[in-house]
Write a protein that binds this ligand. Structure first.
Ligand code: ARG
Length: 460
């Protein structure tokens, strides 16, 4: 009476709405290639271990391959009555190859099956995301290489602080995404162990060979505790946390792109391909893509909190709650992937307005610290030097002058230590190029970092 694979114990059909409410097939269809891959390896192992006959394994393999092609081509309609991706595929298999299809689930449970499916899927997505991170890093490096003479104002509190190379600014983001990629690699390495064989929760009575299946599926090893195998989702949480960090970094870059493309800053121009106009104000070109990415960081943070809350206080082992892991995980994957993809090309195509940046860098007395450092090198304690420059800046403001415009006599009003060589230190280029220690903004230091990053790229 029931088409359910678990219908034996039941006398009454499931309520229609309950069926819909509990089904996961509506949102987990993307797992099908992984579900089939896992099933094929499992069936082959069952035959190798003499648990099913080789011909039976062969029939199962052929049936699963056909189903895979049919789903690829959109020829299979999934059924809500069959609840999830696992039972949709298994029921289809039995329909095609007959009762022998019913042998596939020997020594296995949907609980370890779903755990292996998600890991296989996430592993592929992690590889894709790492590749997108690398391509964004490449765009940032290319912008850095093209802007080794572009000086911009560096800010703290969004107030002009000291001049820096635009290349240096790009490399700051390169560092962030480099750490993000390394976090993603860590996550991949930690999750790449195979849970299949845990059964429903306690393991299986059949003489299975988990290690062999793990090898077939490209896992580095097998999980060591069946209860943990079916109830662990911390790999998904770890991924969502890494994804949230990527979005946090992207939101900061977004914010800067938005500020920089405003008429007031006018430091960059984003390509038309990444902007839209206004339906009423004809002059407008809105930086939609960075705004959207900045906004999307919200849902990715939310997904992390959803998963943490979902797993909080769950008793061992599997609980149906855990079916709710998929939508947040999938959404974080899709959002991060899409955002990185679009950023890689948007950064590559970004036009830098070198002259405007330099003009802005010259405003706001950005080389004031350099006068202080100059006085320190002539023997003045830094605190006193700070005072000297503070007064110099106040004088400049009162007289409507910029620092490099002051005469030596004017400088000397504030400290007798100052001489004509002061002009070698207070220009933008001098200020930037004096910061030569590792990690500084001097052109030579920035070039060293670019070279290292390019080398690392070649090795990878
Ligand atoms: N659709 C389920 C999930 O995603 C698969 C595991 C079902 N297991 C169970 N005992 N009901 O979690």
């Amino acid at each position: 009476m029931s088409q359910k694979l678990w219908g034996g114990r039941f006398t009454q059909p499931t309520d229609k709405f309950v069926e819909e409410f509990t089904a996961s097939i509506g949102f987990e269809q993307r797992l099908y290639p992984y579900d089939i891959r896992g099933s094929k390896a499992h069936a082959q192992m069952l035959a190798r271990q003499g648990i099913i006959a080789p011909e039976e394994a062969e029939q199962i393999r052929a049936g699963l391959d056909e189903i895979l092609t049919d789903i690829d081509q959109g020829n299979i309609e999934f059924s809500i009555a069959l609840e999830d991706i696992h039972m949709n595929i298994e029921a289809r298999l039995i329909e095609r190859i007959g009762t022998v299809g019913g042998k596939l689930h020997t020594g296995r449970s949907r609980n370890d099956q779903v755990a292996v499916d998600i890991r296989l899927y996430l592993r592929d997505e992690l590889d894709a995301i790492i590749a997108y991170l690398e391509s964004l890093m490449d765009s940032l490096l290319t912008q850095a290489e093209g802007n080794l003479n572009t000086i911009m104002p560096g800010y703290t509190h969004l107030q002009t602080a000291q001049p820096v190379l635009f290349a240096h600014h790009m490399l700051a983001y390169h560092e962030m995404f480099k750490r993000d990629a390394s976090r993603m690699r860590d996550c991949r390495a930690r999750m790449n162990v195979m849970p299949l064989g845990a059964g429903a929760l306690a393991g299986t009575t059949f003489p299975i060979d988990r290690e062999w299946v793990a090898e077939q599926l490209g896992f580095d090893g097998v999980t060591r505790n069946s209860l943990d195998s079916v109830s662990d989702r911390d790999f998904a949480i770890e991924f969502c946390s890494n994804a949230a960090t990527v979005m946090m970094h992207l939101s900061r870059l977004s914010e800067e792109l938005i500020i920089w493309s405003s008429a007031d800053f006018d430091f960059i121009e984003l390509s038309d391909a990444f902007c839209t106009g206004s339906s009423i104000m004809p002059q407008k070109k809105n930086p939609d893509v960075p705004e959207l990415v900045r906004g999307k960081s919200g849902r990715v943070y939310g997904n992390l909190v959803s998963l943490l809350t979902l797993m909080k206080s769950l008793p061992l082992a599997y609980n149906k709650d855990m079916q709710e892991d998929k939508e947040p995980l999938f959404d974080s994957i899709d959002t991060v992937k899409g955002s990185l993809k679009i950023f890689a090309s948007m950064i590559a195509e970004m036009k830098v307005k070198t002259d405007n940046m330099r003009i802005a860098a010259a405003r706001g007395f950005s080389t004031a610290t350099d006068i202080a450092d100059y006085c320190v090198r002539k023997g003045l304690p830094f605190r006193q030097a700070h005072e000297v420059v503070g007064k110099t800046v106040r004088y400049c403001i009162e007289h409507g002058k910029d620092i490099p415009e002051l005469s030596v006599e004017e400088f000397r009003e504030f400290s007798a230590l100052i001489d004509t060589d002061i002009y070698d230190f207070v220009t933008l280029d001098a200020s930037v190029n004096a910061r030569t220690a590792t990690g500084g903004t001097a052109r030579c230091a920035v070039e060293r970092e670019i070279a290292l990053a390019r080398q690392a790229q070649k090795k990878a």
